[in-house]
Design a protein around this ligand. Sequence first.
Ligand SMILES: Cc1cc2nc3c(=O)[nH]c(=O)nc-3n(C[C@H](O)[C@H](O)[C@H](O)COP(=O)(O)OP(=O)(O)OC[C@H]3O[C@@H](n4cnc5c(N)ncnc54)[C@H](O)[C@@H]3O)c2cc1C
Length: 450
Amino acid sequence: MNPSVLWFRRDLRLADHPALAEAAGRGPVVGLFVLDPALLRPAGAARVAFLYRCLRSLDESLGGRLVVRTGDPVEVVPQVAFEADAGTVLVSADFGPYGRRRDHDVAGALRAAGRRLTGIGSPYAVDAGRTVKTDGTPFRVFSPFYRAWGAHGWPPPRPAPEEGGWVKGLRSHGIPDDPPVDAALPQAGEAAALARLEKFVADPIDDYAANRDTPAADATTRLSPYLKYGCIHPRTILARLGKSESHEKLQSELAWREFYADVLWRTPESARRSLQPNMAAMRLDSGPQPDERFTAWTQGRTGFPMVDAGMRQLRGEAWVHNRVRMIVASFLVKDLHIDWTRGARWFMENLVDGDLASNNHNWQWVAGTGTDPAPYFRIFNPVTQGKEHDPDGDYVRRWVPELAGVAGAAVHEPWNLPGGVPGGYPERIVDHATERAEALARYSALKAGH
Ligand SMILES: Cc1cc2nc3c(=O)[nH]c(=O)nc-3n(C[C@H](O)[C@H](O)[C@H](O)COP(=O)(O)OP(=O)(O)OC[C@H]3O[C@@H](n4cnc5c(N)ncnc54)[C@H](O)[C@@H]3O)c2cc1C
């Protein structure tokens, strides 16, 4: 019997994998992963290392039979299908702009050789484009999307196929060594993802609604890197949720991920450009001084402890707590008046969970340029945000050692300490009240059309 090729992409797991279940049901399977330079380029060392570790874990689950090839999928996938004499290549659908173009081209190349690319399932509970209003038009606002998404529903997760069936003997380039990475990364792979879910469901989940905005607490799932590479499917998480406030809150956070995937699918250009065309005319800063400030922001040396702690967590863990992502993003856009796309690129390069849809649309939400955005005039004050969400200062002290000796919430205003700003910690690069007024003035000018 001819084998099928299962081309793994953002679905590096065996359980709850509809394309794999279909392939396994048909007979022997070649498991393929293509190291595509176009996809690896925007990812920094942390995400590349995490990907390689996920691939090693997947390869182990396949008994060492994962075929890894480097190159352009338009050439590699038909070549592997040819070598395996496979009529069908199965994939989980990809809704991102690059992935759609690539899959279109790969399907064409396979077709020309008398073979087929078949998409079954996707990295989402409900495929992008499926959640629509009763008249068939898309939602632009999250809340009604969320209701319709829940009403659409999804099937329960299915187990991994029985052992066996993975074809041996095809040449593999192997999984490269990890690039050097400074950040402490979570354990990679499907088993680690499932273990993290079990740990979360066993305890912190019931306090999720109350504690999810407290960055010092380990109160969120930390499943985002696993969702990024599909080590776990969101259905597997959703299946564990019930009706409590915390469970519903987590469900709605997972729905934000689906909402943004839907928005990106409908408007692929929104990955790089403001979704609200009128916001594109906002006056932004560029040049040597903004560049210096941008660098200070990337290094966690702005003089605002909550911002610096967040940016240092990004370096230290390649992951940042959601509340702090909002604070640091707001600071870049509204205190430093720097284009959100620049911050989004820095995040994409440095986050282990960097995901085009979630990242760029959350940036647009903060910048007030996206679909259903935070109103532009909602400007986060990094000090009050710090006092509210890190009331004891534990989060700041964890990431900013220069402030480790400052007790309690005073850590959020080092300039007010009796001895002044502790040695080694920078002075503030801007004055928040002044920059807030500046941001609002620019917004008024934009609205007035000049
Ligand atoms: C400026 C900015 C950039 C962001 N960039 C990314 C990114 O590149 N990749 C990414 O996965 N998330 C991104 N987020 C969303 C969110 O911060 C992370 O998903 C979350 O912090 C991951 O931690 P967790 O898994 O513990 O989340 P939990 O609170 O446990 O949530 C569970 C899951 O729900 C999803 N989720 C939660 N919040 C959001 C949200 N606001 N938008 C979309 N999905 C969400 C994630 O898949 C997350 O893993 C960004 C948010 C902001 C404000």
